[in-house]
Design a protein around this ligand. Structure first.
Ligand SMILES: [Zn+2]
Ligand SMILES: [Zn+2]
Length: 336
C-alpha cells in the first residue's frame, strides 16, 4: 500500500469519526460536510465529490423529495427571477439562493423549513422559503426563445457552482426582494433580532425600469374601513376620509407604523390588510378614496432583483452586485 493510500484511509476514518459530532455542533457556523459519511462511498482519487443534496418539500406534491443542490437552484431561478434578466443578475441570484438554501440546510446546522411537515431543509412556498419550478414542466411549451432563456439560467447556476455570499467567512442571511423602489430596507426594521451589518438600507439607483418602481393604487374609503374592521378595531367610518399620519418611519423610508384616528397599525400589517406591493408609500385624500403612491415591491431587504438587472445592464458583474446590496460581503466558495 502506498503512503498516499494510507493517508487517504486515515483521512476518511477521521471524517467518519468526527463528522456526526461536527454536524450537530455547527450552530450556524459554516463547515463543508464531506458526503463520505454514511450513504455515499468514499471519494476515490480522480473522482468528483458527490453532489450535495437537499430535502425539498414540494408544496405542489405535498411531499419531500431529495434533490441535488445545483439542480434545485435551476428551478429556484426559473421561479424567482425573470429568465430574461441579464446574465450577471441571474448569477447574483444563483449565489444568493444557494446561500439562502445552505443557511437552512440541516447538515450545516440550519433549522430546515419549520412550516413543512417532516424534516425538510426548504419548501417551495414562495411566501415561506423559496419558490421552485420543475424545470421540465416550466420549459414545456416554450418556444426557441424560452429554450435560450433556459440555457442562460443553466449557465448562471453552473458558472457560480459552489459559490456563496459570506460575511467574515460565514454564509449570510441572503434575503432578497423584487424591487426596492430607490432605497433598500434595514432588516431590523422588519424582523426581531434582525440587526445585521450587511442588511442595512442602501440607496439603489438601478431599479427604475421595474414595473413595480412606482404604482398608484386607489382604495375606496369603504374598502379601507372594511379591511381594518375585519382585523383591527379602528374607528374608520365608511364614507369618510380618515385622518392619517405616519407614526414611525423605517431607516429605508417606509411606513413602520401608521396612525389612523389615533389608533396605530404596523406597516407590515397595513401591507397585509390592503394587499399592498410595499410599505414604502405616500397618499392623497381624494373624494372617491385614498390614492396611494407606492414604491417598489416586497420587503425591500437585501438584494433588489430588478436593481441587480439594472446594475448588470450598466456593466456590473455578479460579485459587484452582491457587494453592493450586502455591504461588507463577498462571494466565496463553499467551505474551506
Ligand atoms: Zn419553508
Ligand atoms: Zn432597487
Amino acid at each position: 500500500m502506498t503512503r498516499k493510500a494510507v493517508l487517504l484511509i486515515l483521512a476518511i476514518a477521521v471524517v467518519v469519526l468526527l463528522l456526526p459530532a461536527a454536524a450537530v455542533s455547527l450552530g450556524g457556523r459554516f463547515t463543508f460536510p464531506t458526503q463520505a459519511v454514511t450513504t455515499v462511498p468514499p471519494v476515490r482519487e480522480g473522482e468528483d465529490k458527490q453532489p450535495l443534496q437537499i430535502r425539498l418539500y414540494r408544496n405542489d406534491q405535498k411531499k419531500i423529495v431529495p434533490i441535488d443542490l445545483e439542480e434545485y437552484l435551476l428551478g429556484v431561478l426559473l421561479a424567482e427571477m425573470p429568465s430574461s434578466f441579464e446574465k450577471e443578475a441571474l448569477k447574483a441570484q444563483a449565489v444568493i439562493s444557494r446561500t439562502y438554501t445552505l443557511r437552512r440546510h440541516r447538515l450545516y446546522g440550519g433549522k430546515g423549513c419549520e412550516q413543512a411537515p417532516g424534516k425538510a431543509d426548504i419548501c417551495s412556498d414562495s411566501t415561506h422559503c423559496q419558490a421552485w419550478l420543475d424545470p421540465e414542466s416550466a420549459a414545456a411549451g416554450w418556444g426557441a426563445e424560452g429554450e435560450a432563456f433556459l440555457e442562460r439560467v443553466k449557465e448562471a447556476v453552473a458558472e457560480t457552482a459552489g459559490e456563496v455570499a459570506s460575511y467574515r467567512g460565514e454564509p449570510i442571511e441572503a434575503v432578497y426582494h423584487s424591487t426596492c423602489g430607490g432605497r433598500t430596507e434595514a432588516s431590523y426594521a422588519l424582523w426581531d433580532g434582525g440587526e445585521l451589518p450587511y442588511l442595512q438600507s442602501v440607496s439603489c439607483p438601478y431599479c427604475k425600469h421595474s414595473p413595480h418602481y412606482r404604482k398608484n393604487i386607489m382604495i375606496p374609503y369603504a374598502d379601507l374601513a372594511k379591511a381594518f374592521s375585519q382585523d383591527l378595531p379602528l374607528p374608520v367610518a365608511s364614507g369618510e376620509a380618515p385622518p392619517l399620519k405616519v407614526a414611525a418611519e423605517t431607516p429605508g423610508g417606509r411606513v413602520a407604523a401608521l396612525s389612523i384616528n389615533g389608533a396605530t397599525v404596523e406597516g407590515k400589517e397595513l401591507r397585509r390588510l390592503l394587499d399592498l406591493p410595499s410599505t414604502a408609500l405616500t397618499w392623497e385624500i381624494k373624494d372617491e378614496g385614498l390614492l396611494l403612491h407606492t414604491r417598489g415591491r416586497g420587503h425591500g431587504v437585501g438584494l433588489c432583483q430588478y436593481g441587480a438587472d439594472g446594475a448588470a445592464r450598466e456593466g456590473k458583474n455578479y460579485r459587484q452586485i452582491i457587494a453592493f446590496y450586502y455591504p461588507g460581503c463577498k462571494v466565496t466558495g463553499i467551505g474551506p
